[in-house]
Write a protein that binds this ligand. Sequence first.
Ligand code: GLA
Length: 391
Amino acid sequence: METGLKEKLLDEFERVFGSREGAAVYFAPGRVNLIGDHTDYNGGHAFPCALTLGTYGVARKREDRKLRFYSTNFESSGVIMSDLENMKAEEKADWTNYPKGVIWAFDERGMKLTCGMDLLLYGTIPNGSGLSSSASVEVLTGFILCDLFNFEVSNQDLALIGQYSENHFNGVNCGIMDQFAIAMGKKDHAIFLDTSDLSYQYVPIHLKGEKIVIACSNKKRGLADSKYNERRAESEKAKEELQQVIGINELGDLTEELFDRYKVAIKDEVRLRRARHAVTENQRTIRAMQVLQEGDITAFGKLMNESHRSLAEDYEVTGVEMDTLAEAAWGQEGVLGSRITGGGFGGCTVSIVKEDKVENFIHNVGKIYKEKIGYAADFYVVDIGGGPEKL
Ligand code: GLA
């Protein structure tokens, strides 16, 4: 954490809410997924890690039942007010629908707030970058509620509550990966997560001479949520078709061989490609974890590239912006692998780049992107951080 940041945040809280009495400071990370996308709602594996980028929150209880929210990232929205009697998602509530969703989800589980709260947020995750700023806010809110109101909730349950609020309050049918990676984050480790039963393994990421570089496309994610829900529905339908001929619970239960044997059951070419991605991406993620444990980062990088191709051709969630970033990266010296990460339809790529080539990488990929797309991409050299904490 930047020195003096805690003090600055408390100053800002005082400026916005009149005093800092009773306020405490918290943090929850963002996440990047190294490989395994659109597998988490198909009972497959994902391989994300928490970042040192994330969301800071300053919070305190109030005497009344009001909720006051302020984000330094959306200063022009000012203080957004609500109260515990009015827990519905509303357009005018804007970003506060995320913390409100979590308060609502706690209430649904019988954890009722006895009074309102003031909450100030400051995010270091670029907005709409696909590094899960919303899941970061959800897990952060849950963590704060536990601390302020003495609820006992495990970190894994914080992830599930965050996902529940996003599904049922905010209407995005997301899987568990983002909230899980954030709530369960561990410094310098990625999480090999089996979403069929939430079993997981921490895998140390000791890059020697390489860096993780995020390239943020700055493409507006416009219809991303509805297209995400559409992909999820397509996968679901393909699974039901396969279930007519083979006893599986999820697409993630299939090996590539079994998929090839039974795929004729899928009666639509688009759905066939969606299911093929879900199956091959899961198997790639399992292989990626194995090669990484053997210390073969070159093989890991190749699997990342294959993952991008599958997300582009079979799952069709990349688009020209993300393809330009990945393809430009593949052409650079010192790049072990590069792929879109997260839900897609904009967002960012993650690349593993030799440390002494990072500067060139940023310069060259940035130039190619700007020339082709017309506006600039932003680059972040990131570190793997831990889960939520009180500062
Ligand atoms: C979004 C969702 C996740 C996951 C990814 C794609 O980030 O929130 O649950 O499905 O997309 O892997």
